[in-house]
Design a protein around this ligand. Structure first.
Ligand code: GRF
Length: 200
C-alpha cells in the first residue's frame, strides 16, 4: 500500500475527505504525515483526532525555503512516503522537494486550469463573470498551478452566484473527486498520458 503525506495550511476539509475515504476503504493508502505551515490551523486538529503524526512549522523560523524543505524531506524519507498530496497548502514547492518527488506531488485547485491560477481562484472567476469554473487535479511542477493536468470537473456559474455558493459547490466536488482520483493514481499508477488531461 502506498504511503502519502498531506500538506495543508487551512481548514483541511479535503484532508478530512481523504482521511474518511481511507477509513472507509475507498482509498487504499496509508496517511503517514500531515505537514502544515500554519500553527493553529484546523487541519492540525483533524490530524490529532485521526491519530496522524504532524509536522507543524513556521517558515519565519527558517532562513530559507530550502532549509524547511530539507527538514520536511528528511521526514518524508524516514517514513518512506511515496506521494505528497497538497490539499490547500498555500506555498510553492521548491527545488529541494521537487528534486526527489517530482511526478509524485499532486495538487487540487479550485478552477479549470489554466484559467484562474494562483490565489483566490474563486474570486477571480466571479470577477471575470465566468460562465464556467470547476476543479482541477494536477501534478506539481516549479510553476504556480502549471503542472500536467490529471482530472477536471466543471461547474456552471449561476447569474446570482456568490463566493459562498461557489465555494460550497467546489468543495462538494473536491471531496469526492480527490479521493477517487488518488485511488486510481495510487493503485493503478499513472492516470495521464503526456500532457493530455484525463477527465473523470
Ligand atoms: C480547496 O478549495 C483547494 O482546491 C485549494 O484550497 C482549498 C482548501 O480547502 N487548493 P480545505 O482546507 O481543504 O477546506
Amino acid at each position: 500500500m502506498k504511503k502519502i503525506a498531506v500538506f495543508a495550511s487551512g481548514s483541511g476539509s479535503n484532508f478530512q475527505a481523504i482521511i474518511d475515504a481511507v477509513r472507509k476503504g475507498e482509498l487504499e493508502a496509508a496517511i503517514s504525515l500531515l505537514v502544515c505551515d500554519k500553527p493553529g490551523a484546523y487541519c492540525i486538529e483533524r490530524a490529532r483526532t485521526a491519530n496522524i503524526p504532524t509536522f507543524v512549522f513556521n517558515p519565519k523560523n527558517y532562513h530559507s525555503k530550502a532549509d524547511y524543505e530539507q527538514e520536511i524531506l528528511r521526514l518524508l524519507e524516514n517514513e518512506k512516503v511515496d506521494f505528497v498530496i497538497l490539499a490547500g497548502y498555500m506555498r510553492l514547492i521548491g527545488p529541494t522537494l521537487l528534486k526527489e518527488y517530482q511526478g509524485r506531488i499532486v495538487n487540487i485547485h479550485p478552477s479549470l486550469l489554466p484559467e484562474f491560477p494562483g490565489k483566490d481562484a474563486i474570486g477571480q472567476a466571479l470577477a471575470a463573470k465566468a460562465k464556467w469554473s470547476g476543479v482541477t487535479i494536477h501534478y506539481v511542477d516549479e510553476g504556480m498551478d502549471t503542472g500536467p493536468i490529471i482530472a477536471q470537473e466543471r461547474i456552471r456559474l449561476e447569474e446570482n452566484e456568490t463566493r459562498e455558493s461557489l465555494q460550497q459547490k467546489i468543495h462538494a466536488i473536491e471531496h469526492k473527486l480527490y479521493p477517487a482520483i488518488l485511488q486510481v493514481l495510487l493503485t493503478k499508477g499513472e492516470v495521464i498520458s503526456g500532457k493530455k488531461a484525463c477527465t473523470y
